[in-house]
Design a protein around this ligand. Structure first.
Ligand code: ATP
Ligand code: MG
Length: 440
């Protein structure tokens, strides 16, 4: 929600914008140019993230094609040199040989190939068909209810995205499912032969005084050389495997947590914000990894691209409720917005019909006067809200250096809400007036 609010705000913002982000959906929605900093070189691409990503892939293919041709040419010339260096074409062969050397020394251009993580997670064995059974589950902290009366059966191979605003209870829900936290009411049962693997938010379950290597061997013992080549697939090479877990960066910590999961081979993956701190390449690798994972998946994330790519159901935890929907994030979002509109429409209608029926002509004229007053009051409210929105739009499109744009943007949201409410009130007043046959 916060990300979408920020997108909306930035899209209305009239000034220039430079943003650093690993969130491809966010970049797609907000920017019209990408600058990539790669090997000390800054390259500009027109368009949003997807455009940049496609052009980059194309450039990379072109560069590879050029490189292939260059190598062929070198091989051809070298062959000529080998055959002729002792014969009568010796001088020509020598100059060709020099040409091949020059060709070899030429630097290849084009974007560098990102070092991808060559990693995957598969399950060790199949679980039974029923993986997690949640019945009438509820959780409260003090008098705050996170969710209650939530029932769900997760079957083998299902992929559920868990979404909701910060602090709504996503992490708490995952921990209850794994038996790390007790529910306030209801039960959770794991099915037969379920091997759960948990990726805790911010790597919170990693022991900080172990080295990277020890943290891996903690899951499964194996010869050091094997462990090191396994870690190399997760980009821990050389001395990096001796680093203390407590000293790892956020992204490194996440990679270690994923490496441990890959070794564990769980058939139920429970991931809590696995993309935090990961750069785009690592996110791509994670996306691929989850796409090809053969087990059951529960994934709490704010990364809309990842959710759309790897989940098929959406569990929304918000406002003290947990609800499971068909479809990934974007599908849920669309139907949710339609539902909100329908609810607003229904409310307008209900206010209109719930009004009392007049019994006498005296009462009728009193109600008509009242309805007229309501309409004009509502009109005034709409006008004031419109002025408020317009003033803020002006400020936001030409902000003074002294303006607090974040505060202005928050106020802009408020003003838009006020306008929406005023419009709804005006519509209700109009409907009411019409039902009393007031001439306006
Ligand atoms: N042990 C605890 N005692 C009291 N309150 C807690 C406890 N653990 C979590 N909470 C509260 O429960 C709420 C839900 O926390 P939780 O970590 O599940 O949120 P979340 O949805 O995962 O948020 P985020 O998106 O920031 O990760 C928060 O308000 C948190 O402060
Ligand atoms: Mg959380």
């Amino acid at each position: 929600d916060a990300t979408e609010w920020l997108e909306g705000y930035l899209n209305n913002f009239g000034g220039a914008l430079i943003v650093v982000s690993h969130d491809r959906r966010f970049l797609d929605n907000v920017v019209n140019s990408i600058a990539e900093l790669d090997n000390g070189r800054l390259t500009r691409y027109r368009g949003n993230f997807t455009a940049y990503w496609n052009i980059r892939a194309e450039k990379l293919r072109d560069a590879e094609e050029n490189e292939r041709r260059r190598q062929e040419e070198i091989a051809r010339i070298e062959e000529f040199w080998r055959k002729n260096k002792a014969g009568q074409n010796r001088n020509l062969a020598w100059s060709r040989h020099k040409a091949a050397e020059r060709l070899r020394a030429q630097s290849t251009s084009g974007p560098s190939r990102f070092q991808p993580l060559k990693a995957s997670v598969q399950s060790r064995q199949r679980s039974g068909n029923e993986v997690v059974l949640v019945e009438r589950l509820g959780k409260r902290f003090g008098d705050r209810m996170l969710f209650h009366d939530f029932t769900m059966l997760l079957t083998r191979g299902q992929r559920v995205g868990v979404i909701g605003p910060n602090g709504s209870g996503k992490t708490t829900f995952l921990r209850i499912v794994l038996g790390l936290e007790a529910p306030s009411e209801g039960t959770v049962r794991m099915g037969a032969s379920v091997i759960p693997g948990y990726f805790a938010q911010e790597g919170a379950d990693l022991e900080t005084d172990l080295s990277v290597l020890e943290a891996l061997l903690d899951i499964q013992d194996m010869p050091p050389a094997e462990a090191r080549s396994f870690l190399a697939r997760w980009q821990f090479t050389g001395d990096a495997v001796f680093k203390q877990v407590g000293q790892l960066s956020g992204g490194e910590r996440n990679r270690l947590a994923l490496a441990r999961l890959a070794l564990l081979k769980p058939n139920l993956l429970v991931l809590d914000e696995p993309t935090n701190h990961l750069d785009i390449v690592a996110r791509e690798a994670l996306t691929d990894m989850l796409r090809t994972y053969d087990g059951t998946l529960i994934l709490a994330s704010h990364d809309r691209y990842l959710l759309d790519e790897v989940t098929a159901h959406t569990l929304v935890i918000a406002d003290g409720e947990a609800r499971l929907y068909e479809g990934a994030y974007s599908a849920w979002k669309q139907s949710h917005e339609r539902e909100l509109q329908r609810a607003a429409h229904r409310q307008t209608k209900e206010t209109a019909t719930a009004a009392e029926k007049p019994r006498t002509s005296f009462e009728l004229s009193r109600l008509r006067r009242q309805a007229l007053r309501d309409v004009s009051r509502a009109e005034q409210r709409v006008q004031e809200a419109e002025d408020w929105v317009r003033r803020l739009e002006e400020c936001l499109s030409h902000p003074e250096p002294s303006d607090d744009v974040v505060r202005l943007a928050a106020e802009y949201e408020q003003a838009q809400d006020e306008l929406a409410q005023a419009m709804a009130e005006w519509e209700a007043a109009m409907t009411r007036a019409e039902s009393l046959s007031v001439s306006l």
